[in-house]
Write a protein that binds this ligand. Sequence first.
Ligand code: PMV
Length: 304
Amino acid sequence: MAIASAPGRVCLLGEHAVVYGEPALTCAIGLRTRAEARPAPRTRVHNPMAPDSPYLREVLRWFHTRCPDQGVHLRVASALPAASGLASSASVTLAALGALNHEFLLGLSPRGLAAIGHQVERRVQGRASPMDTLTAALGGALLHPGGRRLPIPRVGLVVGETHVARSTGRMVDRVARLRGRHTPTASHLLSSIGDLSRRGETALRRGDLPTLGRLMDLDHQMLTALGVSHPRLDTLVEAARGAGALGAKLTGAGGGGCMVALAPEPQGVARAIRRAGGTPILTRPDSAGIRQETKMGGGREDES
Ligand code: PMV
């Protein structure tokens, strides 16, 4: 029996623009998915959050091409809210791949697992950039495309859930349509977001958190201009800034889901998010990507 875990992530800068080849910065967070794999007479999945997860179906399809006659019992538990901008699907996919890799001695490296995870996401979603599966596999703060490692920001992160449902695919399509109708303006916005990521890379390398925060604020404005924010996201972002966050923005595809704030004093920011009607989650940057575990646990690394 083997247990592996993989983190979720926030986008510090650059989502949507990364789909058009611009740079983006992601950071793994202390909310994880754990998966346990053990040999079994026939294959079955136990995943209380999503009993019929298409990601796990694709993972098992891949596994059975590698090990055609091997049954497996896969048990999965995630601390990440689904479909909310925290890359829960990449976290579930990589945790499951990691457990299978260890249990059946498949010998894949974290980057190898990320590449398989990316294929899984593409099969399920039709399109997906490799940044989420790379972040789940490698952990830490990464520059995309490519996943070059950057220093992690030494600061608390407060995620705010709006509980507004949205779909990544629809939000990506919305940007594509805007780009089709207003090509120069949308392209300009997307390349300006890329510039923010480049400046963010320098800020992270210097450990300059106030600059990183200001870049996140600007990024939220540009994402709003692209039409991927939501009034509930804007409210939580404002509340976090008012409570002393260095910066705050939507994370992931937007249109609902979650925002993230860079918060040296997370408790005050969390209270402000709650007062503004959101659900705060206090977390931290996490330098660990996919890793072996000894027990299933709850998936929160930051509850101590
Ligand atoms: O909302 P999420 O966690 O699925 O993130 C989507 C990020 C995008 O840049 C909008 C799309 C992508 O594939 O990079």
